[in-house]
Write a protein of this length. Structure first.
Length: 67
């Protein structure tokens, strides 16, 4: 998502008086969090009985975060 939305977000944050260092740190934290959550997230999906349920909760979580 950052690849498609990142340029717009960086322009928005620049307009809100964020420095390039702050924007880079925020993007880096998001990337690091994503990388670190892949292993436990994958283990959760592998252990889940209902893959559809995991997908549903994931989509709902993304929707709530977007709001």
């Amino acid at each position: 998502m950052q690849t498609g939305f990142g340029p717009f977000l960086s322009v928005y944050l620049t307009a809100r008086q964020w420095t390039q260092t702050e924007i880079g740190a925020a993007f880096s934290m998001g990337t690091i969090t994503s990388v670190l959550s892949q292993v436990p997230g994958g283990a959760l999906v592998d252990a889940a009985r209902s893959k559809r349920g995991v997908a549903l909760w994931s989509v709902l979580g993304i929707g709530v975060a977007a709001c």
